[in-house]
Design a binder for this molecule. Structure first.
Ligand SMILES: Nc1ncnc2c1ncn2[C@@H]1O[C@H](COP(=O)(O)OP(=O)(O)OP(=O)(O)O)[C@@H](O)[C@H]1O
Ligand SMILES: [Mg+2]
Length: 526
């Protein structure tokens, strides 16, 4: 029997003459979990798309051996038949179909005669979700009713249903909470014990360190090193990834805060499909010029709904008032909000952030095209100059500004969305999970940029599931739990435990609002 379940040898992949992968080697034993690490655009997803048959044999050079025998897959169907299952970085669910139908997509259970066996599928789907400790998902409901974190868990359930010999997880945890990640890592450990091999990709290196046996690092499409995890520290992984040391992740916080610039009063959002259910329940807060306000809470707590409602992008029934500079503001649509200096970088870039059919540059200048318009015509040279400057400012990795945005790596798409909103010169900027899928080096750059904006007086509302990021960046932290404001803390010696306790605890705690912030008083007296 071959020692390795799988070997990838000398893999080369070109896009329009540009080498995205340049001779990668990867070997995986049964039961081994490999952490595939590298910066945004290093080539991780591309390598996994080759392994999983998304890019068919012949569209790349090199060789893949499975059980020592050549694997020449023409499609994902072929690799799945061989036991290779991938969870993609971007969600692949069909929003209108039910949770169960998504889980069984392409593998539907049928009755004799060919009709769908819904009872059996529902039952098996429920089992899978129980295994993921998500019993309260209704498998008969359309998957779009659930937030990003739950959708990611559905995606994982779908993969677990396929009985993989090799499971590839490309950024599976980017919208999961700490507790959900712990469950996922346990499941991976269980799979390993049963001899299933895994490739785990995550920019959260503590997860990689917790679950991986071996670390393979690639940089700019080249293989840098493969090392047992035991012989590595997280710092060493980072150094291999970026080729230099990163010392400070979070910029210093010593800003002077200005006046209150935005007030949100009694924001309430009703569930889109079940209006009797409140997703956000009477939340009020205020934010000052130059302040970074972190919004923490568990996935599904209502944070995205809250900020979408303030920005005018919440699709369901909602109520409440938004004041800018003390005056009632019309934020009934994103366009109106942007015109008043209130901008938002959404969580779900695939659906709301990018325009898939446009190029990188066109996406960046989308909201400010009138800046380049002279007597009704766009001055393309001006526009290109602005685009190039934004690309440099965010160190956005793209072969050209004219490349379709979908050709960028996940983290670089996120940078493009950020660049677009920065051009709109916001006075108040809402960032929903701003560093999701972004590598450490680029994270440090984005943090620097956020801090610099705050320094210039921009008020920043940052929703984030990474508590370290919330604590590292925020002047103040709001905690949302089950749609309600559970805490409002000044960030002095604030700990992750305090935030988590507030997020989980029952909401009898109007006294958990500990802030002596004047804005908190304005908000509650409204
Ligand atoms: N369809 C495509 N067309 C053109 N270029 C592409 C395409 N897909 C990927 N690339 C390029 O290949 C390189 C590797 O991208 P890939 O998505 O594999 O990176 P990654 O390591 O997964 O990054 P991230 O951490 O941001 O997800 C990037 O420079 C990217 O722009
Ligand atoms: Mg990727």
């Amino acid at each position: 029997m071959a020692e390795y379940l799988l070997e990838m040898k000398g893999i080369v992949k070109q896009f329009d003459g540009v080498r995205a992968l340049d001779g990668i080697e990867l070997k995986i034993r049964p039961g081994e979990c490999i952490g595939l690490c590298g910066e945004n655009g290093a080539g991780k997803s591309t390598l996994m798309k080759i392994l999983s048959g998304v890019y068919p044999h012949g569209s790349w050079d090199g060789e893949i051996l499975l059980d020592g025998k050549p694997l020449r897959a023409q499609s994902v169907r072929d690799t799945e038949a061989a036991g290779i299952v991938i969870i993609h970085q971007e969600l692949m669910l069909v929003p209108q179909l039910s949770v169960a139908e998504n889980i069984f997509m392409g593998h539907e259970l049928t009755l004799p005669g060919g009709r769908m066996n819904y009872p059996a599928m529902f039952q098996r789907a429920e089992e899978l979700l129980r295994e993921l400790q998500m019993p309260d998902i209704n498998v008969a409901l359309p998957v779009m009713q659930y937030g990003g974190g739950h959708q990611q868990l559905v995606e994982i359930a779908k993969a677990l249903n396929k009985q993989a010999r090799l499971l590839i997880l490309d950024e599976p945890s980017s919208s999961l909470t700490a507790a959900e990640i712990a469950i996922l890592l346990n499941i991976i450990k269980g799979l390993k014990a049963r001899g299933v091999a895994c490739v785990y990709i995550s920019h959260k290196l503590d997860e990689v360190a917790a679950v991986c046996d071996t670390i393979a690092v690639i940089r700019d499409g080249r293989h840098i090193a493969t090392t047992p995890m035991q012989a590595m520290s997280v710092e060493q992984i980072i150094t291999q990834m970026v080729g230099r040391e990163i010392t400070t992740l979070y910029p210093p916080r010593n800003r002077q805060l200005g006046e209150v610039v935005l007030e949100a009063h009694n924001i309430t959002c009703h569930d889109v499909d079940n209006p009797s259910r409140k997703r956000v329940d009477d939340v009020s807060f205020a934010i000052r010029k130059g302040e970074i306000l972190g919004i923490a809470g568990l996935v599904g707590a209502g944070r995205t709904e809250l900020v979408s409602a303030i920005f005018g992008a919440y699709p369901g029934l909602h109520s409440g008032a938004v004041l800018i500079d003390g005056k009632p503001a019309d934020t009934s649509s994103p366009r109106k909000s942007i015109a008043q200096g209130l901008c938002m970088v959404p969580e779900d870039r695939k659906q709301h952030g990018i325009v898939r059919d446009l190029g990188v540059g066109q996406n960046i200048t989308l909201t400010v095209l009138d800046h380049f318009s002279r007597r009704g015509r766009i001055n393309a040279e001006d526009e290109l100059q602005t685009i190039t400057a934004q690309i440099a400012r965010l160190q956005l990795k793209t072969a050209s500004p004219f490349l379709p945005i979908t050709g960028l790596s996940g983290g670089n798409q996120q940078k493009a969305v950020l660049a677009k909103m920065l051009l709109a010169t916001p006075r108040i900027l809402i960032l929903d999970e701003p560093t999701r899928g972004v590598d450490v080096g680029a994270k440090a750059e984005i943090y620097k940029l956020i801090a610099a904006l705050a320094e210039q007086g921009v008020a920043i509302i940052m929703v984030s599931s990474e508590l370290a990021e919330v604590l590292g960046m925020s002047d103040r932290v709001l905690v949302i739990g089950e749609g309600q404001l559970r805490g409002d803390f000044e960030n002095h010696d604030l700990s992750q435990e305090t935030i988590l306790a507030a997020a989980i605890h029952q909401p009898d705690a109007s006294h958990s609002v500990t802030s002596d912030h004047p804005a908190a008083a304005t908000a509650t007296s409204a």
